[in-house]
Ligand binder design. Structure first.
Ligand SMILES: NC(=O)c1ccc[n+]([C@@H]2O[C@H](COP(=O)([O-])OP(=O)(O)OC[C@H]3O[C@@H](n4cnc5c(N)ncnc54)[C@H](O)[C@@H]3O)[C@@H](O)[C@H]2O)c1
Ligand SMILES: [Zn+2]
Length: 671
């Protein structure tokens, strides 16, 4: 390559990588795989080494990829939070180890660890108390996401044992696979876009402005490093063991999540073991990290601008296999969304037999340029669902048929539509299209919705086929005689079902609203709408502006809600449900007590037993009043953790009593 070409390529790579960093760290939505990213980064690194005159100080090779979103307070790290140099090849690990041997004084011990595929976090503890959790950011400064991190059960709020007065613990927050899949399943049912992989959704989740969202999702965390001044610790492994004693969830030697060795063979054993075993872990790892154990040796080896010299990551390449595309089928979801699925000749990949791969949408099929019978390459990277990453066009038969996205619904035959700006095709025949009708009923009866005992997907299917229930409202017309004649129904189960349907009439309005299956209206949104409007008619007639004035209701939801209530069929269903006696308004709560009558409260901070909303609820249920800001008239400031210092100061200046959650609970439980 001549210098002019090199300069151009360096600029182009710099620009591309900067964009990818942004998509990955800030938007949590990468558009290329990690491997592809690393290949581009390596190319840039090599070019910069050959043509140092064109290497910019701001190059992505020299900087830690940052996640600063400006949504949170920025905090300067006391100890920089760096990246790791990484490699996909065992040779490079061997070279690294050889190099270290020459650089370091004396024999070296190594600690091998899992490379958790999550989000780096640094948490400061002062006097054994959780003080602040900060993201890696650009390495120099990160964002304070304490409120979100506090909801993660693996992160202790108070420590035990002989912990240092002031230190920082570092680790990785990640999404356990099972929780990730459960969340995606729920999102799919709600017609919301699913997350691509656990890493990116962990990162997206941690950037949520509502820590209850974080709490619900079930993130987990391993802590693997301790930082501070004069900690009296001599090695990395000693710190990890100590951290465990102080109450942190750390990798344990007995699980082989962490291991000490003095040889390159020991390192390779660890790598080979986890290359196979990683599929049996309940979370994703993307490699292995090898660190020099002794802190003195670490200090001697030092850092580059981007990463420590005393550590390296060995990254697993996403496993890729080839197989044959036999057929493309189409699934119709509850919302009518059509998902194309590649049916593959079964092949072993990442420890499981893969028969199907998601194709996402028509654009994806077009991009891959798929023909039936093609030899396709399938990869399972961070994603749970394998995906087709390429096609071997060379082996394609001249008679092969191109895969053309269907124009009609495979279930009901009606013409498919694609909404402006959306990638997904939809079947709009929601009244008749069987999977949509059944899907809506299944959603309606599900546990978090109407929770109808004795009714499941199979019975719904039977009721639908017999024409006994083709809409949710039909369920309330069912009689014992109709049900008992269904296959595999006995007197007892029929009775159960009828009783279950009857009991569901007591289900509170917010869950009824969720059960209706309005697009984008999940559990939380339903709750917000119910509390804001109190009854279904008010929601149905709410204007767009009234809707978006509600906390957490944005444009997308407001439009979906209005759209739903403009449909005469939906209104008809609601009328029938009303006639059946379903709850369509918020029940006025009876006061629990008058204990707090005449008292006003300002509630601030994070609480451990109740959410802030629940606390506010309790205040009202006991006759008290919530106010937004502190004034001389405020009776009490109810302070949780992390209450702002300005508020605290104002309250004490005005001489207003500041009470804790426990003080408050004592006030309302006196009789
Ligand atoms: N696909 C994309 O568009 C895109 C864009 C940017 C970055 N990336 C990916 O992200 C990687 C670069 O990210 P990076 O700078 O965070 O580096 P990295 O992920 O390769 O390594 C550093 C990080 O590893 C984590 N880690 C996990 N387990 C650890 C352990 N036991 N000890 C120490 N650290 C541990 C820490 O969070 C640390 O910050 C690239 O390799 C690339 O694959 C992808
Ligand atoms: Zn259809």
């Amino acid at each position: 390559m001549n210098p002019t070409e090199a300069q151009k390529r360096i600029e182009q790579l710099t620009q591309e990588l900067t964009q990818h960093n942004y998509s990955y760290y800030v938007e949590s939505n990468p558009t290329i795989s990690d491997y592809e990213f690393d290949v581009l980064l390596k190319e840039l690194q090599d070019l910069e080494a050959e043509f140092p005159q064109f290497a910019s100080e701001l190059s992505p090779t020299k900087r830690v990829g940052g996640d600063i979103t400006k949504k949170f307070e920025t905090v300067v790290h006391r100890f920089p939070m760096l990246s790791l140099s990484n490699s996909y090849s065992e040779e490079e690990i061997i070279d690294w180890e050889q190099r270290l041997k020459k650089l370091a004084s004396g024999p070296i011990e190594y600690v091998c660890e899992l490379k958790y595929d999550g989000v780096a976090i640094g948490i400061r503890y002062v006097n054994g108390k959780f003080t602040r959790a900060v993201t890696r950011g650009d390495g120099t400064k990160g964002e304070d996401i304490s409120a979100n991190v506090k909801t993660i059960r693996a992160v202790p709020l108070t420590l035990k044992g002989d912990y240092p007065d002031d230190f920082e613990v570092r680790g990785e927050i990640f999404f356990p696979r099972a929780n990730f899949e459960a969340m995606n399943k729920q999102r799919e049912e709600l017609g919301e876009p699913v997350f691509a992989n656990p890493r990116n959704s962990a990162s997206g989740t941690l950037k949520s402005q509502d820590s209850r969202v974080v709490a619900e999702r079930g993130l987990d965390c391993y802590l693997y490093g301790v930082y501070g001044d004069d900690l009296n610790l001599e090695s990395h492994l000693e710190s990890v063991r100590k951290a465990h004693e102080w109450g942190f969830k750390t990798p344990l030697e007995k699980d082989r999540y962490i291991a000490k060795t003095s040889t390159i063979d020991g390192i390779m054993d660890f790598i080979h073991y986890w290359d196979k075993e990683r599929y049996n872990l309940p979370f994703d790892i993307d490699g292995i990290v090898i660190k020099v154990n002794n802190y003195e040796q670490q200090t001697d080896l030092g850092f580059t601008a981007k990463s420590p010299r005393w550590a390296i990551a060995y990254k697993f390449k996403a496993e890729r296999v080839s197989t044959i595309l036999e057929e493309v089928t189409y699934q119709v979801g509850r919302t009518g969304a059509i998902t194309p699925v590649a049916n593959l000749k079964p092949v072993l990949l990442g420890g499981t037999v893969v028969k199907r791969a998601s194709l996402h949408n028509a654009d994806q099929i077009e991009k891959l340029d798929l023909y039936l019978g093609d030899e396709v390459f399938v990869e399972k990277g961070g994603e749970i669902i394998p995906k087709i990453v390429g096609v071997n066009t060379a082996s394609r038969l001249s008679t092969a048929q191109k895969v053309i996205f269907i124009e009609h619904c495979p279930e009901c035959g009606s013409e498919l539509h694609r909404r402006e700006g959306e990638a997904q095709h939809y079947c709009l025949n929601d009244l008749v299209c069987p999977p949509q009708v059944k899907g809506r009923m299944e959603h309606f009866i599900s546990r978090k919705a109407m929770d109808i005992d004795g009714l499941g997907a199979e019975t719904i299917d039977l009721l639908y086929k017999k024409g006994l229930a083709t809409s949710i409202a039909d369920l309330y017309d069912l009689t014992f005689d109709q049900v008992v004649n269904l296959d595999r129904m006995a007197d007892k189960s029929a009775n159960n079902l009828i009783l279950g349907i009857k009991t569901s009439k007591e289900v509170p309005f917010e869950r009824v609203l969720f059960a209706l299956g309005i697009r984008f209206v999940g559990e939380t949104v339903a709750k917000k709408l119910a509390n804001a409007f109190k009854n279904i008619d008010a929601i149905a007639s709410a204007t767009y502006d009234e809707l978006i004035a509600v906390e957490e209701i944005g444009e997308k939801i407001a439009i979906a809600v209005q759209h739903f209530f403009q449909d005469p069929r939906a209104l008809h269903t609601i009328d029938r449900l009303k006639a059946a006696g379903i709850q369509f308004e918020v029940e006025e709560v009876a006061l629990d007590s008058n204990e707090l009558e005449g008292k006003t409260f300002v509630v601030s901070g994070v609480f451990s037993k109740f959410s802030r909303d629940e606390i506010k609820d309790l205040i009202e249920k006991n006759g008290g009043k919530n106010v937004g800001s502190i004034s001389a008239k405020t009776s009490y400031v109810l302070a949780g953790e992390n209450m702002g210092p300005a508020k605290l100061e104002k309250a004490s200046n005005l001489g207003i009593p500041i009470i804790s959650e426990d003080d408050f609970l004592a006030m309302i439980s006196t009789n």
